[in-house]
Design a protein around this ligand. Structure first.
Ligand code: GRF
Length: 206
C-alpha cells in the first residue's frame, strides 16, 4: 500500500504519526509516500517533515484538483487516508481513488457528522445531547462529508464528569487503533463493498 495522507491546517498529526509508527514496527504493511497539506505551516505537515516523511503543499485555488492529482501521481500513491483534512475532496480525486480513500471521524456515525462537525464541536454535541456512548468511525470517503460506508467503529462510555476535552483525549488513542486496523484490512484486500455494508474477509481466507 502506497499511502498519501491528507492533513488540515489545525490537526496535530497524531493519526499520521500512529500510522507511521505502525508501519515502521511492521504492524501495518505499506509506506507513507506523501503527507499532503494545504499550508506549509500546518503542524501535522511540520511533524511529518521532522519524521522524515515526504510532504507536499497543495494550496487550494485554481487547478486544485489537477495539482492534487499530479501530486498523488508523482508520489505513486494508490491509497488516500484523511487525517484532519476538513475540505471536501474534489470529485475527480474521489473517482480516481474509488474504494481507496478512508477517513476517521471522532464519533459514532451517522450521528454527529457532516459539515462543521469536527474537533471539539463533535464532542460538545455528543455531551449536549446526553449520549452515554461515543467513539470513532473509520469509513470510506465519498463526495459528501462523513457519509461513506463504515469500515470499523469503536465505542467508549461517556462519563458523567466528561468535558469535550476529556472525551476527545480518551477517544484519540481508540481512533489510532481503529485507523490502523482499517488500513490493514484495506492493505490485505479484505474489504468488500455490498451496498453500504462493508464485508470483512476473515484472515487466512482467500
Ligand atoms: C482527529 O480527531 C480525527 O478524528 C479528525 O481530525 C482529527 C485529526 O487529529 N478527522 P490528528 O491531526 O491526527 O491528531
Amino acid at each position: 500500500m502506497k499511502l498519501a495522507l491528507f492533513v488540515g491546517t489545525k490537526g496535530r498529526g497524531s493519526n499520521l504519526m500512529a500510522i507511521h509508527h505502525a508501519m515502521q514496527a511492521g504492524k501495518l504493511p505499506g509506506q507513507i509516500v506523501a503527507v499532503i497539506g494545504t499550508r506549509r505551516d500546518a503542524p501535522a505537515l511540520e511533524r511529518a517533515q521532522q519524521a522524515g516523511i515526504p510532504t507536499q503543499v497543495v494550496a487550494p485555488g485554481e487547478d486544485y484538483e489537477a495539482r492534487l492529482l499530479e501530486g498523488l501521481q508523482s508520489a505513486e500513491a494508490d491509497t488516500i487516508a484523511l487525517a484532519g483534512y476538513l475540505r471536501k475532496l474534489p470529485e475527480s480525486v474521489v473517482a480516481r481513488f474509488h474504494g481507496r480513500i478512508i477517513n476517521v471521524h471522532p464519533a459514532l456515525l451517522p450521528s454527529f457528522g457532516g459539515k462543521g462537525m469536527y474537533g471539539h464541536h463533535v464532542h460538545e454535541a455528543v455531551l449536549a445531547h446526553g449520549c452515554k456512548v461515543s467513539g470513532c468511525t473509520v469509513h470510506f470517503v465519498d463526495s459528501e462529508y462523513d457519509t461513506g460506508p463504515i469500515i470499523v467503529q469503536r465505542a467508549i462510555a461517556v462519563q458523567d464528569d466528561d468535558t469535550a476535552e476529556t472525551l476527545a483525549q480518551r477517544i484519540l488513542p481508540v481512533e489510532h487503533d481503529a485507523y490502523i486496523e482499517a488500513l490493514r484490512l484495506l492493505a490485505e484486500s479484505r474489504l468488500t463493498l455490498d451496498g453500504r455494508r462493508v464485508r470483512i474477509t476473515p484472515s487466512g481466507h482467500e
